[in-house]
Design a protein around this ligand. Structure first.
Ligand SMILES: NC(=O)c1ccc[n+]([C@@H]2O[C@H](COP(=O)([O-])OP(=O)(O)OC[C@H]3O[C@@H](n4cnc5c(N)ncnc54)[C@H](O)[C@@H]3O)[C@@H](O)[C@H]2O)c1
Length: 252
């Protein structure tokens, strides 16, 4: 029997990454889950099991550790997918943003994504191709208050992904950037108060936050060669219509 295809998922202990790991298992992938949060990983392991998933405590900014994690994932079967959901978000007015915070957000969201994509891209090159799905955000497509660091980092991820699509196409590797709007996850719960939540909801044509599973569903499409073989280099917004909207009613 052919070895099971493997997808590597960063940030897989929580929110969107956890939903991606769950969806990938349901679609028959072996899932290599990585996250900085060891406690969160243990909870993910209890939920998802160990039959077709492995769990690694990892800081995506540590180059050698990322290389070792991807090598371990690729040893389980052909590495055909990567989803980079590890990320942090902070909301601080631009003029109050400390340089250290700006650097940290860029380091995790941009450099961490790059290190994982490079390691996985090399492994996929050796197995005849695969798909990379990065996590951008509507904050990487549009301006938004208090997001000088986060928005810069997500804009960088969007365009990094386009470059990856160009550079890796010759190896049969597609790369797309999933750009969620507001999603019900711990990251948002920590950052968004009731007032801002209402502001978001008013500006989303579908008038609600997404569930993580709705973002994971699009990640599955972008990972799967059979469903998205001619899609690469795209920023795919899954945002309830937010980035497409112009003038709209404040209330229905
Ligand atoms: N939730 C949203 O509304 C939303 C919207 C747009 C984009 N996103 C993006 O989606 C991704 C996932 O967000 P989420 O809402 O699921 O967040 P989350 O906080 O629920 O999950 C993020 C995970 O990343 C992990 N992580 C943080 N730093 C890490 C590091 N250095 N190394 C390894 N793991 C690390 C955390 O431990 C956490 O488990 C992020 O990149 C985020 O920017 C989220």
């Amino acid at each position: 029997m052919a070895a099971e295809r493997v997808v590597a998922v960063t940030g897989g202990a929580s929110g969107i990454g956890l939903a991606v790991a769950e969806a990938a298992l349901a679609e028959g992938w072996h899932v290599a889950v990585a996250d900085l949060d060891a406690g969160g990983l243990a909870a993910a392991e209890a939920r998802l099991g160990t039959a077709r998933a492995s769990y690694t405590t990892l800081d995506v900014t540590e180059e050698d550790a990322v290389e070792a994690w991807i090598a371990g994932a690729a040893a389980r079967g052909p590495l055909k997918g990567l989803v980079t959901s590890a990320g942090i978000a902070r909301e601080v007015p631009a003029l109050e943003t400390p340089a250290d915070l700006f650097r940290r957000v860029m380091e995790i969201n941009v450099t961490g994504t790059f290190l994982c994509a490079r390691a996985a891209g090399r492994a996929m090159r050796d197995t005849g191709g695969g798909a990379i799905v990065t996590l951008g955000s509507v904050s990487g497509l549009r301006g938004g208050k208090g997001r000088v660091a986060y928005g810069a980092s997500k804009g960088a991820v969007v365009n990094m992904t386009r470059v990856l699509a160009v550079d890796l196409a010759r190896f049969g590797i597609r790369a797309n950037c999933l750009c969620p709007g507001p999603v019900e996850t711990p990251l948002v719960a920590a950052m968004v108060g009731p007032e801002q939540r209402a502001q978001w909801t008013r500006r989303v044509p579908l008038r609600r936050y997404a569930q993580p599973a709705e973002i994971a569903a699009m990640a599955m499409v972008l990972l799967d060669e059979a469903r998205s073989s001619y899609v690469t280099g795209q920023a795919v917004a899954v945002d309830g219509g937010f980035s497409g909207a112009g003038i709209m009613d404040e209330v229905d």
